[in-house]
Design a protein around this ligand. Structure first.
Ligand code: ATP
Length: 275
């Protein structure tokens, strides 16, 4: 029996870096949502644990031994030998949580395959700061080092276009170049969906400026998105993927096809935010 779980693209709708702890980890506040597009992980019982990576972005990944999926699988008891397949479609090191989403999908799939409970949040966050948030699909507020997750409240129906210029960015390098580690916190999210977009526009991604300094092509991506008259265009996570939000799926899809037609080498996706 094979069990497949999808790994949805994660979007940091805003991301404030509000402090740094003594151990060097950053205190974050981020509104996170997921897009109904992404990749998948499939598991089946086997005589040994192994990972095979296929799909259009398979070649971008390091050796399977270093893959977060195998680190996630190692959280299960030794007898849970599992054959794992990853269908990789999202660009690697691109700020939309690819590795974290794959690790979360692996935890869900293996727990179902072996009828075991999920590893706790403390174990999840050790795999990666974005793994706990990627365990769910609905919009959430992520705080601290990634383990504090709460519902974001009423979010309106929104549609997004994601664009990556084909340049991977190291999260650690972007954080190193951040001018201040202690920036103003998020305003509390509004209770009513009608106020959500106005609230979101007033928030920031504190990693956008250092990412732009490291990869000037992000400015081209933001400009291309802004030219499609979205509600908002911003970078996700530590980049380089940027997103634009729209009120209709047709507008998000038009944005995607226009940008793809002009920039054949860029990775472009569109879809609905999962709410
Ligand atoms: P985040 O938005 O959570 O910061 P990201 O989208 O910027 O993540 P990933 O695609 O998760 O970045 O890649 C981060 C690093 O993790 C890469 O350098 C990559 O080599 C490594 N990695 C390990 N496993 C995976 C995986 N399954 N998919 C993608 N990257 C992986």
């Amino acid at each position: 029996m094979a069990i497949r779980r999808s790994a949805a693209a994660k979007i940091n709708l805003c991301l404030h870096v509000v402090g740094q702890r003594d151990d060097g980890l950053h205190d974050l506040q981020s509104a996170v949502a997921f897009l109904d597009c992404g990749e998948w992980v499939e598991v089946r019982k086997s005589g040994c644990t192994q990972l095979n990576i296929l799909g259009p972005k398979a070649a971008e990944l390091p050796r399977p031994d270093d893959n977060l999926i195998l680190k996630a699988a190692a959280l299960f008891p030794r007898h849970c030998q599992t054959d794992i397949r990853l269908h990789k479609t999202m660009p690697v090191a691109s700020g939309i949580g690819g590795g974290s989403a794959d690790a979360a999908a692996t935890l869900h799939a293996m727990a179902a395959l072996w009828d075991l409970p999920l590893p706790d949040v403390a174990a999840q966050v050790l795999l990666g700061a974005d793994v706990p948030v990627c365990m769910g699909r609905s919009p959430v507020l992520m705080q601290g080092i990634g383990a504090q997750i709460s519902p974001l409240g009423d979010v309106p129906a929104l549609f997004a276009c994601l664009v990556n210029p084909g340049r991977g960015l190291s999260t650690a390098r972007v954080f190193e170049q951040l001018a201040s580690k202690s920036n103003p916190p998020l305003e509390p999210p509004p209770p009513a969906a009608t106020e959500f977009c106005a609230w979101l526009k007033r928030q920031r991604n504190d990693l956008q400026a250092p990412a732009l300094a490291a990869e000037p092509m992000i400015a081209d991506v933001l400009e291309a998105l802004a030219a499609q008259a979205p509600l908002l265009a911003r970078m996700s996570g530590s980049g380089a993927t940027c997103f634009a939000l729209f009120e209709s799926l047709a507008a998000a899809q038009d944005c995607a096809s226009t940008i793809q037609a002009n920039q054949r080498d860029w990775w472009v996706a569109s879809g609905a935010l999962l709410i």
